[in-house]
Ligand binder design. Structure first.
Ligand code: PLP
Length: 496
């Protein structure tokens, strides 16, 4: 494809992308193809000779779109959102254009420097404590990772190294230090509540450390929150067994019910356990911190070691863009920095620059800061706040409609951050679980809206979450009416 062919192809692709976005509501939100649908539609191998773009582009509509679940469709109310925006798409386009690998500053100074700048902008916007800024005296800062899972795995490795190095310092010789590390490595244990996203457990599996899940309880009026006293009990039990608690994930916006752990009481307990690295997983709900009413939440984070939120979930930035902040970047370097001769350069050697390869698992990295910059400038703080505020307003309306139909629905956990978790009302838990399951399956099979379910403490529940920029109150009301209709049908069939 030469430049003139690219110009024509790109114009045509952009037109198709705009049409896709403008008409997305007319598409069935969830793909209903059967597994293996694509293979019979494609030839057994690549074409022997070049094909014109028009033929390739035509296959988007006929072969790919049937297998797409439309996350940008306002009828997508499942999982958590994955916002896309035109400025975000433009950021991806330029990133693909430069296609630099960006592992060291020298690979493209703009990529590194823009990332540091926009992550400091974001930290201020989220009202994170000063210690997470790149300019902080303690040597903190932010880095864009591919996902919240990658971020937590990265900080588990840093925490493990920090803990083991502290133990090793007690050795009187290198051999003794090595022996201490060898004897204790298998005793390291990470903690989290049973509502914490599974990515922390996966990170522990990758890092080869033990993990311990703390059971939390909740109800329609009290969310499933990890508290200081619950944490203390587990810390004492694990320590009594000779284990070394070294890491804790706390969550702002758990996946099932969007609970916010009790950060202040957790921070107070951890004064007695200063070697535990605390990571705040705010993957979805962290975006809400840009609103004034939530800006008090991050104050206790100054006692913690790392914080992560996904701009690619609820903050209008295309996937992937997980923003990880650490209080002391040295600990990432200690765990992850290796400098073979082919990565050496005078700027890095003299410590004049940031090399983000030392803050992450992979070496190469995409120029993701561009889309953050484009999004922040195109929307402005007021536009970003307006988007989050709209989602919260719509979420509150939805929760109220559910409450208003207390004859058929029960709220399972307090509605939080645009998420409502509810079940079909019934005399017994078993019957409620059965009926909720039937309603859930029937609504998704019908395909007008897409929702997810969850099981909390043995309760089978439906999760409805907004957050997409195209969601409007009337779209959510229609979704609610679909849920009511299906529930009434199921209840009627159950009674007869
Ligand atoms: N943490 C929480 C609270 C989540 O809800 C999710 C996913 O929804 C994750 C982590 C994992 O996110 P990612 O897909 O960026 O790894």
């Amino acid at each position: 494809m030469n430049s003139e062919q690219f110009r024509a192809a790109a114009h045509s692709a952009i037109d198709q992308i705009i049409d896709y976005h403008d008409n997305i509501e007319s598409r069935r939100v969830v793909s209903n193809v059967s597994p293996g649908y694509l293979k019979p539609l494609l030839p057994p191998g690549p074409p022997a000779n070049p094909e014109p773009w028009a033929d390739i582009q035509a296959d988007i509509e006929s072969k790919i779109l049937p297998g797409i679940t439309h996350w940008q469709n306002p009828n997508f109310l499942a999982f958590f959102p994955a916002n896309s925006s035109y400025p975000g798409i433009l950021g991806e386009l330029y990133s693909a254009t430069f296609n630099s690998a960006n592992f060291n500053w020298l690979c493209s100074p703009a990529a590194t420097e823009l990332e540091t700048i926009v992550l400091d902008w974001l930290a201020r916007l989220l009202n994170l404590p000063e210690c997470f800024l790149s300019t902080s005296k303690n040597g903190g800062g932010g880095v864009i990772q591919g996902s919240a899972s990658e971020a937590v795995c990265t900080v588990i490795v840093a925490a493990r190294e920090r803990y083991l190095r502290a133990l090793a310092a007690a050795g009187k010789s290198p051999e003794e230090s090595e022996e201490i590390v060898d004897n204790n490595r298998s005793k390291l244990v990470a903690l989290f509540s049973d509502q914490t996203h599974s990515s922390t457990q996966k990170g522990c599996q990758i890092a080869g450390v033990k993990h311990h899940s703390i059971k939390v309880t909740g109800s329609a009026t009290e969310n499933y929150v990890l508290t200081g006293p619950l944490l203390r009990k587990s810390l004492e039990e694990l320590t009594a067994k000779g284990l070394h608690p070294f890491f804790l994930t706390v969550t702002l916006g758990t996946t099932a019910t969007c609970a916010t752990d009790d950060f202040a009481s957790i921070a107070s307990v951890l004064k007695d356990y200063p070697n535990v690295w605390v990571h705040v997983d705010a993957a979805f709900a962290g975006a809400a911190l840009i609103l004034p009413q939530y800006q008090h939440i991050p104050a206790p984070f100054e006692n913690f070691d790392s914080f992560d939120m996904n701009m690619h979930k609820w903050l209008l930035t295309n996937f992937d863009c997980s923003c990880l902040y650490v209080k002391t970047r040295k600990y990432l370097h200690d765990a992850l920095s290796i400098t073979p001769s082919y990565l050496r350069n005078p700027f890095s050697e003299q410590g004049m620059v940031t090399d983000y390869r030392d803050w992450q698992i992979p070496l190469g990295r995409r120029f993701r800061a561009l889309k953050v910059w484009f999004v922040m400038r195109s929307y402005g703080v007021s536009g970003l706040q307006g988007h989050i505020w709209n989602s919260l307003r719509h979420g509150a309306s939805f929760a109220q409609w559910v409450r208003d139909r207390s004859d058929i629905f029960v709220i399972v956990a307090p509605p939080s951050f645009a998420l409502t978790v509810f079940a079909v009302k019934s005399e017994s838990r078993e019957e409620s679980n059965r009926l909720t399951g039937i309603v859930y399956e029937a609504v998704n099979a019908d395909g007008q809206i897409f929702i997810t379910s969850t099981v909390i403490d043995g309760i089978y529940a439906i999760r409805v979450v907004g957050g997409g920029p195209k969601i409007r109150e009337e779209v959510l009301k229609r979704a609610f009416d679909i849920l009511v209709r299906k529930t009434e049908e199921v209840l009627k069939a159950g009674v007869n």
